[in-house]
Design a binder for this molecule. Structure first.
Ligand SMILES: Nc1ncnc2c1ncn2[C@@H]1O[C@H](COP(=O)(O)OP(=O)(O)OP(=O)(O)O)[C@@H](O)[C@H]1O
Ligand SMILES: [Mg+2]
Length: 266
């Protein structure tokens, strides 16, 4: 769309003054409150973390601990009361709304628990949506859709509509769509919340592959120990604060993660 076309020659993005060494995504001292009548909810109360390229990091925490708030701020879908979000050296809070929207579309892919596919479009058409709004030539769109579909192994389902796909397949379409612009960062909020354990495991392995084989920086929000076990590191949130980190996990070993989680947040 014309309104999304950057002005030629104008700098697209302001520079961030600093970036923790090697991190692609960093959040610093994030504070986010919500007001409900007279009550103030501290959804995030001073959260800092950074993630390097090629890492899959999980954010764990009970319901209401601030996980989705953190993911929304990391993706520039909302702004913090204070603190900074820095992606590839760019400070999201110093961008205009339009710059932030463009930056998100080009450099970040976001996946939610609900797959948010358009029911009348095929899998391939759903994957293509981010490029259709950008006015990209058809041959380029086709090439990139095929590449993204290959990453998620859905070559045989490209012409299916969402209702003819399993939940796991629909989420893989959503992941392919999130990959279409070759983003640096992939954010996933409870991506397997609607899936059975077999389909969920495929998604966790896929997110791990995006990080380890494709070099993406992946942040996954989950309340499930099994999901977090696939990550390189898990941060534990409690009442809007980070209370600890779980490292040296074994993929699939949920009991190990659950035991450490209970020590930190229980
Ligand atoms: N728009 C909003 N208005 C008011 N309060 C909100 C809003 N969004 C979130 N909150 C509150 O902020 C806190 C953190 O919410 P958040 O959605 O980040 O939690 P969560 O860890 O993702 O929980 P869940 O596991 O249930 O998804 C909660 O107390 C929630 O009620
Ligand atoms: Mg949530």
């Amino acid at each position: 769309m014309a309104e999304d076309t950057p002005t030629p020659g104008a700098p697209l993005l302001p520079d961030a003054s600093s970036m923790p060494g090697g991190a692609v995504l960093a959040v610093q001292d994030l504070v986010k409150t919500y007001r409900l009548g007279d009550e103030v909810v501290w959804a995030l109360n001073g959260v800092s973390l950074s993630i390097e390229a090629g890492q899959l990091v999980a954010i764990m925490g009970a319901s209401g601990s601030g996980k989705s708030t953190l993911l929304h701020l990391a993706g520039g879908l909302d702004l913090p009361d204070s603190g900074r979000v820095i992606v590839e050296g760019k400070d999201l809070s110093s961008m205009s709304d339009r710059q932030r929207t463009l930056f998100r579309r080009r450099r970040m892919g976001i996946i939610f628990q609900a797959y948010n596919l358009l029911p009348t479009l095929t899998a391939a058409e759903n994957v293509a949506v981010p490029l259709l709004v950008d006015g990209t030539p058809t041959t380029e769109i086709q090439k990139r859709v095929e590449q993204a579909i290959q990453v998620v192994h859905l070559e045989k389902r490209m012409q299916h509509r969402p209702q003819a796909l399993s939940g796991g397949e629909q989420q893989r379409v959503a992941i392919a769509r999130a990959l279409l612009n070759d983003p640096a960062v992939v954010l996933a909020d409870e991506p397997t919340g609607n899936l059975d354990s077999v389909q969920a495991e495929e998604i966790w392995k896929l997110l791990r592959k995006l990080a380890h084989e494709l070099g993406k920086t992946v942040l996954m929000v989950t309340h499930e120990a099994a999901a977090a076990s696939y990550a390189d590191r898990a941060y534990v949130l409690k009442d809007g604060r980070l209370v600890g980190t779980i490292e040296e996990m074994e993929p699939g070993n949920a009991a190990l993660v659950a035991a450490r989680y209970t020590q930190l947040a229980g």
